[in-house]
Design a protein around this ligand. Structure first.
Ligand SMILES: [Zn+2]
Length: 110
């Protein structure tokens, strides 16, 4: 497994958007694009796209799709603190190290 420090969130993380036109939006990370330091967040940065008819896609027309946004614009969202937060690392009793909210210690990794 490769680890990339350029993107501080992972697929499935709950994040809050902290700047740009989607500021304040919360959603799950659908996709991480480490090469471009970008993430796709559920319901954020939705753009209308023209869908061409292909053998796979039977219907053509305009679809709405989340476009990637800069990972620097998102922060992990802690449901316990109810705010955007930074993640620290916490060692569990079994030796596994997980990400946890720096403020309240709530474990982020499941
Ligand atoms: Zn917290």
């Amino acid at each position: 497994m490769s680890h990339d420090n350029r993107v501080h969130v992972r697929k499935g993380d709950m994040v809050a958007i902290i700047s740009g036109k989607n500021k304040g939006h919360k959603g799950r990370v659908l996709r991480v694009i480490p090469d471009k330091s970008r993430v796709v967040v559920e319901g954020a940065n939705v753009v209308k796209k023209h869908q061409r008819r292909t053998p796979k896609v039977m219907q053509s027309g305009i679809i709405e799709k989340e476009a990637p946004l800069a990972s620097a614009n998102v922060m992990l969202f802690c449901s316990k603190c109810d705010r955007a937060t930074r993640a620290g690392t916490r060692q569990l009793e079994n030796g596994r190290s997980v990400r946890a909210c720096k403020k309240c210690g709530e474990v982020i990794d499941r």
